[in-house]
Design a protein around this ligand. Structure first.
Ligand SMILES: [Fe+2]
Length: 470
């Protein structure tokens, strides 16, 4: 994988009110829309929430640009028979709601397409026209977007998780360089152009059709840890002065592609201020918390970003990571426990090996989906190993980064995800869990009459420290 050194400057802070000007004095002072904005710029407001959204949710940004966004030709449908990222667009893309555990082999790189055409909807729930739910995509591209093209999604916020290659993203607010082990969020409506400075790219996207991401509450953890607010990075204003070239604006609207043309660069924002902007985050900065006594807490302690439903604590989407970390818990089965969940769990692997699976079937650039109430957990080999392992402090996940998109919604799988991509492993369950053996032994020796004596089961030690104090 080509490495790519950081080349941009950023503004630090999550949900911070930022302001940035590429030319000193371009931001009006004390007013948003003066009769004549500085330097003859146009003022344009970009609303990421309703005007009247509560103050703690309200996200608006003022842009000071050479020309406003509205000057363009009509949008016309593009590639309407082939481009489809709309979960409701039956029959082109039938959605399969199935309870099976699913696992995918690594998705292929594709050097023939650019960012816009690299998006494959794998799974999702809800409907962008109702602003409800989410979509999960795999992207794989090998070409820069054309020199005078920009893209935006009207459907939701993109949370982009690169697995391979670097994304150089020019946005209306400025540039972001996003590499594997970093993530970025590009909110609904913000125009951007993606180039690939280190060759082909591949990764995962969660598109949030409703609301925006926030940092999880920390409760008794206190005021720091997990993803700290200061580590989120927003671009600084950068602009192009181009009012003569023909530009194509591509728009994903209800899952379909549209294009309009205009004779000015959409990247002409000289200054901006507000709360609605793209940002990136380096997963290496995540301050991981875990048990220092026994058991391990719910994986919610690994939540980087969350998008809450109307019910507090219940997420439309949680973005959760499994970073390298120390396991020190005593008398504890250290891998994740066996589990059935009212939430759906889509997992991916950026690099390395995930500690709950040893069979080799969950690989970087692959994925798994454990849908609502579908049982999952360590595979038989991992269970066997972990049940007998010495419990010295040990580091897991060294050089590895797995992640999960967890949702309270039942996730349907697209035709592409289930069959066209040809990556679904037919033997996931058979390999992982069907080999699990019973270890149950009743108390007392039992003879079966044929001379076989079963071993006596071992009672839980009620005097054990530190689990019981009786
Ligand atoms: Fe789970």
């Amino acid at each position: 994988m080509g490495t790519c050194k950081e080349k941009y400057r950023y503004l630090n802070g999550f949900n911070s009110y930022h302001e940035s000007e590429a030319v000193e004095g371009a931001l009006p002072i004390g007013a948003n829309s003066p009769q004549k904005p500085p330097y003859g710029l146009y003022a344009e407001k970009l609303s990421g929430t309703a005007f009247t959204a509560p103050r703690h949710e309200n996200q608006q940004t003022w842009l000071y640009r050479i020309l406003p966004s509205c000057g363009h030709s009509n949008f016309e449908p593009r590639e309407s028979s082939t481009y489809n990222t709309n979960p409701e667009n039956k029959p082109y893309e039938k959605i399969h709601h199935i309870p099976n555990q699913l696992r995918w082999d690594p998705f292929d790189l594709d050097k023939t397409v650019d960012w816009v055409h690299s998006l494959h909807l794998v799974a999702g729930a809800g409907d962008p026209t109702m602003k409800s739910g989410l979509g999960i995509y795999i992207y794989a591209a090998g070409k820069d977007m054309a020199a005078h093209e920009a893209f935006y999604s009207s459907d939701g916020d993109f949370l982009i998780v690169p697995q391979h290659g670097a994304l150089d993203i020019q946005t209306e607010m400025g540039h972001l360089l996003v590499r594997p082990n970093e993530i970025c969020v590009i909110p609904r409506g913000i125009k951007y152009r993606v180039t690939l400075p280190a060759g082909p790219v591949r990764g995962y996207i969660l598109e949030l059709y409703q609301g925006h991401f926030s940092l999880p509450e920390l409760g008794p953890i206190g005021s720091n840890c997990l993803a700290n607010a200061r580590d989120f990075q927003a671009p600084v204003a950068t602009f192009e002065e181009d009012t003569s070239t023909s530009w194509t604006i591509l728009c994903k609207f209800a899952g379909h592609l549209f294009a309009a043309s205009q004779t000015h660069s959409p990247f002409d924002v000289v200054a901006w201020h507000g709360l609605y902007y793209p940002y990136k985050y380096d997963l290496g900065r995540f301050n991981t918390i875990g048990s220092v006594s026994f058991d391990h807490p719910d994986p919610s302690i690994y939540t980087v970003l969350t998008a809450q439903s109307d019910r507090p604590g219940t997420a439309i989407a949680d973005f959760v990571i499994f970073p390298p970390r120390w396991l020190v818990a005593e008398d504890t089965f250290r891998p994740p426990w066996y589990h059935r969940n009212t939430m759906s769990e889509f997992m991916g692997l950026i690099h390395g090996q995930y500690d709950a699976k040893t069979g080799g079937g969950f690989q970087p650039a692959g994925a798994s989906l454990h849908n609502v109430m579908s049982g999952h957990g360590p595979d038989a080999t991992t269970h066997e190993k972990a049940s007998n392992a010495g419990l010295k402090p040990s580091k897991v996940g060294d050089g590895s980064m797995a992640f999960m998109f967890e949702s309270c919604l039942m996730v349907g799988v697209t035709e592409w995800g289930l069959s066209k991509c040809k990556k679904v492993q037919k033997d996931y369950n058979a390999e992982s869990w069907e080999p699990l053996k019973p270890h149950f032994k009743r108390p007392g020796k039992i003879e079966n009459g044929a001379g076989d004596v079963r071993e006596e089961g071992v009672e839980g030690d009620k005097a054990q420290v530190p689990h019981w104090t009786a």
